[in-house]
Design a protein around this ligand. Structure first.
Ligand code: SF4
Length: 580
């Protein structure tokens, strides 16, 4: 394959963070002799993508397939894109700096909806036709997978196929199948027919839309830890640590949560298996931090024992253990404290999601006010002083008073914790609340609900802002911009017509929409006008429980009957509590 490095090198002095484009890091895998080549992209910058554990796992498993090479691709930042266009250099892989358009298969992970325009930007930079229907025999097959493939409809025009569910077994099967078909000289159309026959693959235009594609599950996940030699990036990234998954799935059943609903069944790794992975990966990388990841790490029944064992081994050699999420009770606080061991405590993060008991019950959050208070009091006792609280607003069943109550709850918690501390220590106490607009997601009990329309969202936020204004200086409430959440909602529950909107936004220059400084709502408004679509209506429309859903062909593991039952339960609870 063509090596673009000699042409890239002169550009590296003109762009920010050139180390993003070098490749050649410790533990990268090179298989120049492989007959079948896969380019695997995370549709954002190197720093964001390198931190993604799913990409690291799939890179590893694909490279284990005989005669298959998998190379990494990230979207170059805007300065590099401009320099590449001026020099006529297409999108390239990091391992061999080969043009992505020369690979056999281009896999793109779909981590969140706002990456949609980055995907088109990447295809464009690679010289691959944006629409699957326009691709020919010489173009790579383009496959997507990851959380957004739970509703592939808005992206279906751009992808030849989607992997549904976990990719650890499915993607190697796909690569091996396509490798063999390529060797036989089989046509693109026949390759797609064959891919559609594999379990867990949805191929638009080939798969029967009336037949549900059931998600794949890694049957060997519990005891087999797959990533043993993670890549060590040159530039500083969010990935400068070893990440080991300790658990998959979450049984808590929050009604808004797509990750919880679609990552079942619950699977736990044993302390011994986790320890073995941690030590092997630390030895392979030299990192001085290990993160124990899952949707809800402190729900692992042996978490405290695991942390004690890891800290006993790793504390003396200066390796820090971290937990990405805390359960809001004394057990969660104990686990976070065990993770911090004797080190200086940073901030403790919790997600109450809603400030009133009525609303927490409606979203099935399952934590009471007294649990929140006792968790924070316990944390203060153990030496924690800084707290981050995550809330959503615009939740189904919400009233303006529920949003204003976020400020009230933060204030009351602050006063409670202040009282619990001796006067000399009160100055260190702080609470920071982050508030984001709720986005209804497919495969959740709230998939039928519309998003709160922006005018009403602005009104509720104004009321919250007024209440937050009166808070003590140590209590801060921050809110995210509303417009990106509206676009996320449009893309999350969209149907095939939304692909035209994405295409129009791409043509108007949208990219890096998840970066607040790059997001341009005006572009999306222009794109919507071009397509005759109304963003507000698309985001906030309620779906009928009797109508077909755009994602009905995807079997995510969240049973439609269960989701409907939960939604009905929510409606009943809402009705019963109407006068409260
Ligand atoms: S929000 Fe957290 S606790 Fe609730 S279902 Fe999702 S992952 Fe589980």
């Amino acid at each position: 394959m063509q090596d673009l490095m000699p042409r890239l090198e002169p550009l590296l002095g003109q762009v920010n963070q050139p180390s993003r484009y070098l490749g050649g890091e410790l533990n990268q895998i090179l298989k120049p002799e492989a007959a079948y080549r896969v380019a695997f992209m995370y549709p954002d910058t190197y720093e964001i993508g390198a931190a993604n554990l799913a990409v690291a796992i799939l890179y590893d498993v694909l490279n284990q397939v005989a005669d298959v090479a998998c190379e990494r691709v990230y979207l170059p930042w805007l300065d590099m894109q401009e320099a590449m266009r001026a020099a006529g250099i297409p999108l390239f892989s990091l391992e061999s700096h080969a043009p992505v358009g020369d690979f056999d298969l281009f896999c793109i992970t779909l981590p969140h909806e706002l990456a949609a325009t980055n995907i088109l930007r990447a295809l464009d930079l690679a010289g691959i036709p944006l629409c699957a229907a326009d691709r020919g025999e010489a173009d790579p097959l383009v496959f997507g997978g990851g959380p957004v493939s739970n509703n592939p409809a808005p992206l279906s025009a751009f992808f030849d196929g989607f992997s549904i569910g976990e990719g650890e077994e499915a993607l190697p099967e796909l690569a091996a199948l396509l490798r063999d078909l390529k060797a036989k000289g089989v046509s693109r159309a026949e390759q797609l027919q064959a891919a559609a026959a594999l379990p867990g693959f949805y191929v638009p235009g080939v798969s029967n839309p009336q037949v549900v594609v059931r998600k794949r599950i890694d049957s060997d996940w519990r005891e087999r830890v797959r990533v043993l030699r993670p890549i060590v990036p040159y530039p500083e990234t969010m990935a400068d640590r070893v990440s080991v998954e300790i658990m998959r799935g979450c049984v808590r059943g929050c009604r808004f949560c797509q990750a919880g609903a679609t990552n079942m069944p619950l699977r736990l790794r044993s302390v011994e298996t986790i320890e073995q992975a941690v030590y092997q990966e630390l030895a392979a990388t030299g990192f001085d931090e290990v993160s124990l990841t899952s949707l809800s790490s402190t729900d692992h029944p042996q978490i405290v024992e695991l942390l004690r064992r890891l800290n006993r081994q790793l504390g003396p050699v200066g390796v820090k253990v971290s937990l990405p999420s805390q359960r809001m009770d004394a057990f969660g606080v104990d686990a976070a404290t065990a993770a911090a061991a004797g080190a200086k405590k940073g901030s403790l993060t919790f997600a109450p999601e809603a400030a009133t008991q009525r609303l927490r019950d409606l979203i099935n959050k399952g934590i009471s006010r007294s649990q929140i208070e006792s968790a924070l009091l316990h944390a203060v006792e153990l030496g924690w002083r800084k707290f981050k609280l995550y809330f959503m607003f615009g939740l189904p069943g919400e009233r303006e008073s529920d949003v204003v109550a976020i400020a009230g709850l933060c204030d009351e918690l602050y006063q409670l914790l202040r009282e619990a501390l001796p006067p000399a220590e009160r100055g260190a106490l702080s609470i920071s609340a982050s508030v984001g607009l709720f986005v209804p997601k497919p495969h959740t009990p709230f998939q039928w609900c519309g998003q709160l329309p922006l005018p009403e969202a602005r009104k509720r936020l104004t009321a919250l802002r007024a209440a937050a204004h009166k808070l003590p200086r140590a209590v801060r409430v921050h809110w995210h911009d509303l417009e990106p959440s509206q676009i996320e909602a449009v893309l999350a529950r969209g149907d095939a017509q939304v692909s035209q909107l994405i295409l129009a936004a791409h043509r108007h220059g949208a990219s890096f929409d998840a970066w607040s400084e790059q997001f341009d709502y005006g572009i999306w408004q222009k794109a919507a006008a071009d397509c005759g679509l109304d963003l507000e209506a698309l985001a906030s429309h309620e779906l009928s429980q009797d109508a077909a859903l755009p994602w009905q062909m995807i079997g995510s593991g969240a049973r439609p009957g269960f989701l409907q039952h939960q939604y009905q339960k929510f409606l009943t609870e809402l009705e019963v509590g109407r006068d409260q």
